[in-house]
Design a protein around this ligand. Structure first.
Ligand code: ADP
Ligand code: MG
Length: 622
């Protein structure tokens, strides 16, 4: 178009589009759920604004918050339209030309190798999946603050924007027109689209309509061979109306001659029933429904089931319903910018209206890996996000959510037959919980670090979190074990929980610090994650047992009768040695009972940094 303004895509977008348009990826269906998800987001936005300003919705059809799908078989166009917030010209340039989220290059890289586009929605680039099925796309959009514009691109590195002077005015919202590739003809079939909407967009909270054809029987005047009948038929229809006026005539003879023919008509057909799964009684919701709901909520369509979920109603001063999920996998950037960014993944609704998914007041950072939603009747609807953020109820909600979340995680362990050390119980649990087997190890491998960060950050729930802790030890035989299991194996008279820190289990197993402990059959925990050093500065005790780093001063392995004697006879040597190393080098030189073969070791003082901590601080791992 002559007056169109031309723009180039950000290099990264261009690369992404190249890959998508040339993709042989077989599951091209995903574009539709991405478009519907965007439409739904846009509708959420306008509905939220309308809470404080009714005017934004306008009037007439503009107030209908729905999504419409239409097909043009002849022109091979599939269009999806919403009455959401729309995009200004500036929005179009920014949102459909650049990538805001980080981690996109990682995604592009991954896609090039694996070819799996399923996770595209999680990376904030779902829109571009339209180029799986279309080679030319138009986005027509009208935002309340601007005129109507058309964005268009053939995925050739550039896009154009023009003020829209030729299409029908949208009123408000966005229409995406996909000019389908020849090989994407299946998306012109109503039945295909209906199936896709049912499969992928079941939990969209706005009505989705399709402009559906329908074969209907219509009565038409029967054709008569004789053209002279024309007058007759006219008169007979006259007769009919006269009949009606005359009220009910049973005389068949007087009825006009008609016949039935098939005719195709079109009408909007509703494809989803807008149901809020969280309002239903948990007893009536099937596992499959929860799984599907999780997929749509998390934009995670990797067929995997969530590891656990919790669906509950909180009553009392603050009433709310919530559904929480533990995802099957940690997102790639879970700990990226952990301390600076807010990555809460809970959606907040107030009385069924979506408010925000950026409320970091709902869950502490360490639980940000959870997905889910909260719908509260107690929170006010007509206030700004900022005001809501300060509402006193949020504290109560948060407290309850944490409690429920930790219960849910603990349940993964409780139901996992691998977790039970009691053999009989193990078998009993195993019989009806086969699919729960190994789930806690899976959880731990994905999210264990979050539990550790929780112990560091959340003093109130420290003990609850410590119960969830898993590690390897000198007695765990390559498996994960827990503090409770450690305690159950403690030797009579053993007061402390022993642990050692280092870079790997293999390295630690050779440590001279373990010699004597092993010989005396004491169990020692291996902590090999850099975060463990910090963890152990916060985790002082568990079930009245103190933690003792075996490479630090203070290790007590029970009294030995020879201790005193030895101390006496080596007095001169230790004195001399301390003098020789005095100054900055050592605090003290002592006779030790922690060694067996090794003649001497360097031990850290009780409140000093362990050797491992020194190493970590030098490399600034965390
Ligand atoms: P994401 O939805 O994760 O942000 P997308 O690539 O799907 O990533 O969309 C990019 C952006 O384009 C959205 O964040 C939104 O701002 C804008 N957008 C896309 N579709 C619509 C729409 N139907 N209405 C309004 N804005 C839209
Ligand atoms: Mg999207």
């Amino acid at each position: 178009r002559s007056n169109a303004e031309k723009f180039e895509f950000q290099a990264e977008v261009s690369r992404l589009m190249d890959i998508i348009i040339n993709s042989l990826y077989s599951n091209k269906d995903i574009f539709l759920r991405e478009l519907i998800s965007n439409a739904s987001d846009a509708l959420d936005k306008i509905r939220f604004l309308s809470l404080t300003d009714k005017e934004v919705l306008g009037e007439g059809d503009n107030t209908k918050l729905d999504i419409q799908i239409k097909l043009d078989k002849e022109k091979k166009i599939l269009s999806i339209r919403d009455r959401g917030i729309g995009m200004t010209k500036e929005d179009l340039i920014k949102n459909l030309g650049t990538i805001a989220k980080s981690g996109t290059s990682a995604f592009v890289e991954k896609m090039q190798t694996s070819g799996d586009l399923n996770l595209i929605g999680q990376f904030g680039v779902g829109f571009y999946s339209v180029y799986l099925v279309a080679d030319y796309v138009e986005v027509i959009s009208k935002h309340n603050d601007d005129k109507q514009y058309v964005w268009e691109s053939k995925a050739d590195g550039a896009f154009a924007i023009s003020e829209d002077t030729w299409n029908e005015p949208l009123g408000r919202g966005t229409e995406i027109r996909l000019h389908l590739k020849d090989e994407a003809g299946e998306y012109l079939e109503e039945s295909k689209l209906k199936e896709l909407v049912k499969r992928y967009s079941e939990f969209i909270n706005f009505p989705i309509y399709i402009w559906a054809s329908k074969e209907v029987d219509v009565e038409v005047p029967a054709d008569e061979d004789d053209s002279s009948e024309e007058e007759d038929s006219e008169s007979s229809s006259k007769e009919e109306s006269e009949d009606e006026d005359a009220d009910k005539s049973d005389d068949e003879e007087k009825k006009p001659k008609t016949k039935t023919v098939k005719e195709t008509t079109y009408e909007w057909e509703l494809l989803n029933d807008v149901k809020a799964i969280w309002l239903r009684n948990p007893k009536d919701v099937t596992d499959e429904e929860y799984t599907k709901f999780y997929h749509s909520l998390a934009k995670d369509f990797s067929a995997e089931k969530p590891l656990a979920w919790s669906h509950f109603t909180a009553e009392g001063d603050v009433e709310f319903k919530a559904v929480l999920f533990v995802p099957p996998k940690a997102p790639h950037d879970l700990y990226e910018g952990y301390y600076n960014s807010n990555k809460s993944n809970l959606k907040l609704y107030v009385r069924r209206v979506f408010i925000s998914d950026e409320f970091d007041e709902l869950l502490p950072k360490y639980l940000s890996f959870l997905k889910g939603l909260v719908d509260s009747d107690t929170l006010p609807l007509n206030v700004s996000r900022e005001m809501l953020q300060q509402h006193s109820s949020l504290k109560t909600i948060k407290k309850k959510l944490i409690r429920k979340a930790l219960d849910m995680i603990r349940r993964i362990a409780d139901e996992d037959p691998d977790e039970s050390s009691d053999k009989e119980k193990k078998e009993e649990v195993a019989s009806d919980n086969d699919e729960k087997k190994g789930q806690y190890t899976k959880f731990w491998n994905e999210f264990g670090k979050s539990i550790k960060l929780g112990i560091i950050e959340d003093a109130t729930n420290r003990n609850r979190l410590a119960k969830l802790l898993r590690f390897e030890s000198t007695k765990s035989e390559g498996k994960l074990t827990s503090l409770d299991q450690y305690i159950s194996r403690m030797k009579a008279g053993q007061k402390d929980i022993f642990y050692i820190t280092g870079t790997s289990k293999e390295q630690l197993e050779k440590s001279p610090f373990l010699e004597r402990l092993k010989k005396k059959n004491y169990e020692v925990i291996f902590f090999t994650d850099p975060v463990d050093e910090y963890l152990m500065q916060y985790l002082m005790d568990y079930e009245d047992k103190k933690f003792q780093n075996v490479s630090k001063e203070g290790l007590k392995l029970g009294k030995d009768s020879k201790d005193k004697e030895l101390k006496e006879s080596f007095k001169d040597l230790t004195k001399w040695w301390k003098k020789a190393l005095s100054g900055d080098n050592v605090d003290d030189v002592k006779i030790s009972n922690r060694l067996d073969n090794t003649p001497c070791v360097v031990v850290t003082s009780k409140f000093g940094w362990s050797a491992n901590m020194e190493r970590i601080m030098q490399s600034q791992t965390l």
